[in-house]
Design a protein around this ligand. Structure first.
Ligand SMILES: *Cc1c(COP(=O)(O)O)cnc(C)c1O
Length: 347
């Protein structure tokens, strides 16, 4: 149906808002029996990799692009660690408007770069990190009148609330814990706003604890100070100075939640567990929450039996290089039954 149609009453849609729609949203909330058992909880993964451009960014981008058109803007610009650019490029393509994306040179996963180029965006590789690319994009937007569609654009976070609404619509309640990776910190803030809105409307009775997870090398919210040189294999959360830090801190404080960090090794191990025990392939950043839950379990800080939703923010296919560096090669055989049998009968 698409987010704008599905949640029309809860979104700032006017008769003048164009009907932008790539059938985003309504992503599966997948119960993970084997991983649940390992952790002693009821664990659901919301697989945002099923969105049209393969990440949750589509939920907010659809509204940001619709409102930009409504306001008479005729081009969009963003800085991105990859998924924002893929999403912006997709919606711009669907509406026939130009899209400029600024990426940190050499630090974007292959699938995301392929997407932005295929959707026809003008892709600009900045020799600097994401935080610097974002400053430049803001200045470029101001000078040209392009619509800035990073999460500083308020419509992005409003559209992203739809993820929380979907979870509550499916579970019939809020989860006990909401586990989510945190980069620029927009998504955790949007989910918190979404849950609160549903509580006000009487659709849920309780609110979840907001549990934000960052990569150790890019954990400004955990260590409570900007990180000038963020480094992590989870490129989607390789951000040292989150734009929505204040909102994310409020979400965690108000919900009695926590920020925690996990190492790249823990993230990669969690990615493998999610795929091999869950049947879900998510990109590295998306696996920071599972890594964190495993870590908290090890510290005896994960209560038995609670319902946890974790947001699997992006599709694993976006970053094949990282995945291939973690797994073995296929077993090559001659085209004979004899060779095949050797493999089938080995242990
Ligand atoms: C953008 C992104 C994040 C981080 O979300 P923020 O709103 O910036 O905190 C996490 N995972 C993936 C896959 C993303 O694309």
């Amino acid at each position: 149906m698409g987010v704008l149609k599905h949640y029309k009453e809860l979104l700032p849609i006017t008769p003048a808002t164009p009907d932008v729609n790539l059938e985003e949203g309504c992503t599966p909330l997948i119960y993970l029996p084997r991983v649940s058992k390992r952790l002693g909880i009821k664990l659901y993964g919301k697989f945002e990799g099923c969105n049209p451009s393969g990440s949750f960014k589509d939920r907010g981008m659809v509204l940001a692009v619709a409102k930009a058109l409504e306001e008479g803007k005729r081009a969009v610009i963003c800085a991105s660690t990859g998924n924002t650019s893929a999403s912006a490029a997709a919606y711009a393509a669907s509406q026939g408007i130009p899209c400029f994306v600024l990426l940190p040179a050499g630090k974007v996963a292959l699938g995301k770069l392929a997407q932005a180029l295929m959707y026809g965006a003008k892709v600009i590789a900045v020799k600097g990190n994401f935080d610097r690319a974002l400053e430049l994009a803001r200045e470029g937007a101001e000078k040209t009148g392009c619509a800035m569609v990073n999460s500083v654009n308020p419509y992005r976070l409003i559209g992203q609330r739809s993820g929380a609404w979907e979870i509550c619509d499916v579970l019939g309640k809020a989860p006990d814990w909401h586990a989510i990776p945190v980069g620029n910190a927009g998504n955790i803030s949007a989910y918190w706003a979404g849950y609160n809105e549903y509580k006000k409307l009487g659709k849920i009775n309780s609110l979840p604890r907001m549990m934000g997870f960052q990569a150790e090398g890019a954990a400004p919210l955990v260590f409570n100070k900007p990180c000038p040189n963020p480094e992590t294999i989870a490129t989607a959360i390789r951000i040292g100075n989150p734009v929505s830090a204040h909102l994310a801190r409020a979400a965690v404080n108000e919900s009695n939640g926590e920020f925690n960090s996990v190492t790249d090794e823990e993230i990669l191990a969690a990615q493998k567990i999610l795929a091999a025990e869950g049947g879900v392939f998510a990109e590295p950043a998306s696996c920071a929450p599972l890594a964190g839950l495993i870590k908290l379990k090890g510290l005896n800080k994960l209560p038995e039996g609670i319902t946890v939703t974790m947001i699997l923010t992006g599709n694993g296919l976006k970053d094949p290089d990282t995945a291939m560096s973690q797994v073995g090669k296929p077993i090559e055989i001659n085209d004979t039954l004899e060779d095949l049998m050797k493999v089938l009968e080995s242990k």
